[in-house]
Write a protein that binds this ligand. Structure first.
Ligand SMILES: [Zn+2]
Length: 358
């Protein structure tokens, strides 16, 4: 463990801290002098799936790594907080038992809940009739998971994407989850569903291609979250037949989402970057860069990547005395050039140097 560290934050402020038991303490030592770099409080991946390497292995192909290895890949890349949005089973929740030097801080969903016909068939062990929704959500919310994850809509052959649930179903899941101290996240890529979810009190809208201005205002007023996963949505769009109704709908949705990014921040929504298996574990900075380019702007994208997720998780000032001795140091000014976030120079986790490329 490093005994002391000197660093400079993105606003140019210099700090010196001792490190005791993995936490920042008072002191003026410079055992680790990072003042030539810019220190950040680590990144957030707000839509990870530690259960999988890719959509292929979610759908049955052999995985090439384990949840533990994926969690460590995230950590080594400077991702100190992952909101995991679920898997086919609850197996990936075992990552919670790993040492914090081997994994990020975790806010995890267990099995992804959906009705028959409302998602990839036969993958999740929580494919369940709507009549059983509350019972299933109760089981998810009373385990080690902190999130309940629903699939809110899905395309049906010959019909297109339609909601999987009614307003009152969603409201009952929200009440159940909140009663157990959990939050609710919902996958939605179709029109109509985001409004239902926002009305029902769902905490985090995943993808949310068809959020409306009114939804944004309502979600922001109660401090909700939105994870647009622009790169993942672009990949799905590209996989659809050129000129098909599905692709036209996705194009419209992606344009709509991009147009709302900045308004959502203004409205108080926690707008967050997520990889969603379209970006390798640890590379969430790519999504922040995509969000910046789509209309969020560099300064807000940097805040989204490094601060917004911490706030939403209730984490305090990262540089305070007593805070975990965590930082990610990058070269250059990330507020000017977000690409520097792709290759952190140094990763310090609980006072241990995990990566040093100086
Ligand atoms: Zn996902």
């Amino acid at each position: 463990m490093v005994g002391s560290v000197a660093f400079r934050t993105v606003n140019g402020q210099e700090h010196q801290r001792s490190i005791v038991d993995g936490r920042f303490g008072p002191g003026d030592g410079t055992d680790l002098d990072l003042r030539a770099l810019v220190a950040l409080p680590g990144f957030t991946d707000a839509h990870g799936h530690l259960a999988n390497d890719s959509l292929d292995d979610y759908l049955g192909a052999p995985p090439t790594s384990t949840p533990t290895e994926r969690a460590f890949a995230q950590l080594r890349s400077g991702v100190f907080l992952v909101y995991d949005k679920g898997g086919a089973t609850r197996g990936h929740l075992a990552v919670l038992d790993e040492d914090p030097l081997r994994r990020p801080d975790l806010e995890m969903a267990g099995s992804i809940i959906h009705p028959p016909g409302g998602y990839y068939p036969g993958v999740s062990d929580r494919e369940s009739d709507v009549a059983d929704l509350v019972a299933v959500a109760t089981e998810e919310a009373t385990g080690p998971a902190k999130w309940v994850k629903l699939i809110g809509d899905w395309p049906r052959p010959g019909i297109g994407a339609i909601p999987n649930y009614e307003d009152h179903d969603l409201a009952r899941v929200v009440a159940t989850a909140h009663g157990a101290g959990c939050r609710v996240a919902i996958h939605t890529a179709a029109p109509g569903t985001p409004s239902m979810a926002v009305r029902a009190g769902v905490d985090s809208i995943e993808h949310g291609l068809f959020l409306s201005q009114d939804d944004i205002e309502a979600l922001g007023a109660r401090g909700g979250a939105w994870v647009p996963t622009l790169i993942a949505m672009g990949a799905i769009r590209d996989s659809l037949r050129a000129g098909s109704s599905g692709q036209i709908l996705f194009d419209a949705g992606i344009r709509n989402a991009a147009s709302l990014l900045s308004d959502a921040v203004d409205a108080g929504v926690h707008v967050l970057p997520g990889t969603d298996l379209a970006v390798p574990h640890g590379r969430v900075a790519q999504e922040a860069i995509a969000m910046a380019g789509a209309g969020l702007g560099a300064a807000r994208a940097l805040e989204s990547l490094t601060s917004t997720g911490r706030t939403y998780a209730g984490l305090g000032d990262p540089w305070a005395l007593g805070a975990p001795a965590d930082l990610v140091a990058v070269a250059g000014d990330p507020a000017e050039d977000l690409t520097t976030l792709l290759d952190p120079v140094l990763v310090l986790r609980h006072g241990h140097v995990l990566v040093d490329r100086r």
